[in-house]
Design a protein. Structure first.
Length: 145
């Protein structure tokens, strides 16, 4: 009976030892994974910060451009209205008014096109750091699979 008890004890101790070694290996592997996840998360936060900086800087530049455009448009419009006050006949008023409207419409179309391109470029530049992180995540998933 003691031989059987000793045999069971040895098997139990061996099983506990194997389980302990496997648990230790799994713990070490999970610690390494948590370290990688922490580094990856840190990189994601840095990408978001960089993206925000690019966006803020770009919006500041766009705002300066809008202010400059608005000021020059206002000055040009004031000069045009001043010239309208000097008209001498209704036909001359219609001619100047039509020319003014055409000029202002062309200016609005040109400014809209320019501003649309600037906003699109800014959006692409601001999203680039995030896009790089997404690409890295996809690569990590491919390697893990």
């Amino acid at each position: 009976m003691t031989a059987t008890t000793t045999e069971y004890t040895e098997k139990f101790q061996t099983a506990i030892k194997d389980a302990s070694e496997k648990a230790k290996a799994a713990f070490e592997k999970s610690q390494a994974s948590f370290g990688e996840i922490g580094e990856f998360t840190k990189g994601n936060v840095e990408a978001l910060v960089e993206s925000s900086k690019i966006l803020a800087s770009g919006l500041q530049e766009l705002t300066k451009g809008y202010a400059t455009e608005s000021k020059s448009a206002f000055e040009a419009l004031a000069a045009e209205f001043k010239s309208l006050t000097a008209v001498k006949s209704p036909s001359e008023l219609l001619e100047k008014q039509s020319a003014l409207l055409r000029k202002q419409f062309d200016a609005v179309v040109a400014a809209s096109s320019k501003n649309s391109e600037a906003v699109l470029k800014l959006a692409n530049e601001a999203f680039q750091p995030i896009s790089n992180r997404v690409s890295l995540a996809v690569e990590k998933v491919k390697h893990a699979a």
